[in-house]
Design a protein around this ligand. Structure first.
Ligand code: ADP
Length: 398
């Protein structure tokens, strides 16, 4: 086992998700979640060598929580912690790759908070706490937006007046980049194709959902835009709606900006249509028992996903395969089948047995020979963040 371990941190407003990743080991040494941070019931639960453990955080804030997690990390890594990789959602157009968390980079994250108000501020809380608690370690930001910085201008610009782009940075950025990068590389490896000469459509379907067209290892277009609301139907997010909807709700019914935002981001998507749940598993079970709105939510989800994939095919010179990932993409054979059923002119044809077998981490080809390749490729954002953190630490050491 390598001596090099990276602690990966994904900080939310009241939670810190973490994993201790060894350079050589597939399994994480440690995986955990601190929850209710800042509240009396704050607690951290983690899994260490398959054993579940838990510790009361006594109302700790982010720094207090990390200070309690550190001794566990040090013990499990036998004091061999090489660095820390932080997931950061928005790096604006300034950040194109993983970056050391210098004061300049932290300033970029602060400035991009206007574009990602729900994500960057809690991410920064984790970063600042971690820099305070582990000042001697190299700490790296790995940005969800970075992978998409290779999109051509015609893909990332909106057709709105230019000053909104030049003065206010309003453009499409794209998200889930760490996952799309990992999955497209892994997909190329699984298919035996060189990353730099292969073209993929990737569907990342979790609570948030996005599609990306990847050409020779680079993102050429993606479904999310200025914020992670654009594009596909998601758990609680609407995805694309007519932009006039907001004006209509305001003008006709007096809705405030806040009310519109809450509706579109927290009460829409699978939850909004089904009236039941944002969770695809629940909806599949309910639709099998005749719940009509759950069935409709699934239909809209799959049709819109198919439409997005077809649209993104415009960014590809050829198609080497379609890759499904994320909790839904990795597990839900029904969603994969229904989506491809809408894409008849692509000539996809699933191997039903293989499609059904791909669940709970099982990966591989689910299409029939003689038809375009379709694969299930489990994502691993923690591994990708650890890899990019190590690569940067090595580059700096040279
Ligand atoms: P996040 O974006 O929060 O990381 P995940 O990638 O874990 O989310 O995906 C969560 C989604 O995956 C939920 O909608 C969940 O219902 C769905 N999911 C997980 N397992 C299954 C399954 N066996 N069948 C259908 N959907 C599943």
């Amino acid at each position: 086992m390598s001596d090099r371990n990276i602690l990966v941190i994904n900080s939310g407003s009241s939670s810190i998700k973490f994993a201790l990743v060894n350079e050589d080991q597939d399994e994480f040494l440690l995986e955990g979640l601190a929850e209710c941070i800042g509240f009396p019931e704050a607690v951290v639960n983690w899994k260490e060598n398959g054993v579940k453990k838990s510790m009361n955080l006594n109302g700790a804030d982010h720094a207090g929580a990390l200070a309690k997690i550190l001794p566990v990390v040090q013990e499990v890594s036998h004091g061999k912690l090489t660095g820390i990789g932080h997931r950061v959602v928005h790096g604006s157009a300034h950040v194109t790759k993983a970056s050391l968390l210098t004061p300049e980079v932290i300033k970029v994250i602060e400035e991009a908070a206007a574009l990602a108000p729900l994500h960057n501020p809690p991410g920064l809380m984790g970063i600042e706490a971690s820099l305070a608690v582990y000042p001697e370690l190299p700490q790296v930001g790995v940005f969800d937006t970075a992978f998409h910085q290779t999109m051509p201008e015609y893909a990332y610009r909106y057709a709105i007046p230019e000053y909104l782009y030049t003065e206010h940075h309003i453009r499409r950025y794209g998200f889930h980049g760490t996952s799309h990068l990992y999955v497209s590389r892994k997909g190329a490896e699984m298919a035996g194709l060189p990353v730099d000469d292969s073209c993929w459509l990737v569907a990342h379907l979790g609570n948030g959902c996005s599609t990306t067209a990847v050409v020779n290892g680079e993102s050429r277009d993606t479904s999310m835009g200025l914020t992670p609301l654009e594009g596909l139907v998601m758990g609680t997010r609407s995805g694309d709606v007519d932009p006039s909807l907001q004006i209509h709700l305001h003008r006709t019914f007096g809705w405030t900006a806040q009310e519109v935002e809450t509706m579109l981001t927290k009460q829409s998507g699978l939850l909004g249509v089904s009236g039941l749940s944002n969770d695809m598993r629940t909806l599949i079970e309910a639709s099998e028992q005749g719940h009509e709105r759950a069935a409709l939510a699934i239909e809209i989800f799959c049709y819109r996903l198919a439409k997005s994939l077809a649209a993104l095919s415009c960014a590809l010179p050829k198609l080497d395969g379609l890759l499904f990932t994320g909790g839904i993409g990795e597990n839900a054979s029904l969603i994969r089948r229904k989506t491809l059923d809408h894409m008849r002119i692509f000539n996809f044809k699933l191997d039903d047995a293989a499609n059904q077998a791909c669940t709970r981490g099982a990966a591989g080809k689910i299409s029939l020979d003689g038809h375009p390749l379709v694969m299930v490729v489990p994502t691993n954002e923690e591994r990708q963040i650890a890899n990019e953190t190590l690569e940067l630490i090595d580059a700096i050491a040279k």
